[in-house]
Design a protein around this ligand. Structure first.
Ligand code: DX5
Ligand code: ZN
Length: 226
């Protein structure tokens, strides 16, 4: 099985704005590979999230690439609003448009990594016809839109089904990101299954005090590389 480098994507919806600069300095010092940005439109998910102004300001503060999780209806007509950079990951939700493959086509000119996100109830076989058009699968372990939720138990087995599909279809080049209630325990289990990008939110990183962030990242790094 092709193994991919294990990476951390810090969920910025869980960070506080007051300590943003200090938080980013810690992430840079700890080698956090991505900043997970939950863009939410209040329609595809029942919540508003980090907007384009936030993204633009964050770009001024750090060079850490963004992992843009677009929880928006019909994303294919909105890509140019977001300020996508070539070294970003952009995840569009399978459930957010009737034209999934067209959305992936529209994303190509931006040069970013293209990921397809699927919610807990969306079957793995939905991915079959688009494996040639994606760099990664973004597996939601919770129903998206809010931090602090509990994992949907069936998603652990679902992660195994994703890896099995990639193997069967000779697409082990495609990587798997896991997002939602990634505790140290879930991270270790999912890493062994084959996940390689871990969204670090309130379940393992943003546990309260900023002085714990560096140690929390070290613990997560250990758990995903066991
Ligand atoms: C869920 C969000 C995540 C994540 C936050 O919609 O995409 O950013 O759940 O982390 P947790 O679940 O650990 O609070
Ligand atoms: Zn997310």
């Amino acid at each position: 099985m092709q193994s991919h480098k294990k990476e951390i994507s810090a969920s910025m919806m869980c960070s506080d704005l007051i300590n943003l600069k200090e938080t980013l300095k810690i992430f840079e010092d700890e080698g956090v590979e991505h900043l997970h940005i939950d863009v939410m439109d209040g329609t595809f998910v029942p919540n508003f999230g980090l907007g384009v102004d936030y993204i633009r300001s964050l770009r001024e503060l750090t060079d850490i690439p963004m992992d843009l999780h677009l929880m928006v209806k019909d994303p294919e007509y909105k890509f140019q609003w977001v300020g996508i950079k070539e070294n970003d990951i952009v995840s569009v939700h399978y459930e957010s448009t009737f034209q999934v493959q067209r959305a992936l086509d529209f994303l190509e000119p931006f040069g970013c990594k293209r990921f397809l996100a699927i919610n807990p109830a969306t079957p793995v076989y939905s991915l079959e016809e688009v494996l040639d058009y994606i760099d990664g699968i973004h597996l939601l372990m919770v129903n998206p839109g809010f931090a602090g939720q509990n994992i949907v138990p069936s998603t652990i087995k679902k992660a195994e089904k994703v890896m099995q599909l990639l193997k069967e279809k000779n697409h082990e080049d495609v990587i798997m990101e896991v997002d939602g209630n990634i505790t140290l325990e879930h991270a270790e289990i999912l890493s062994k299954i084959g996940a390689s990008i871990f969204v670090a939110g309130t379940s393992c990183l943003f546990t309260g005090d900023i002085k714990d962030y560096a140690q929390n990242l070290e613990k997560l790094r250990k758990a995903i590389n066991k």
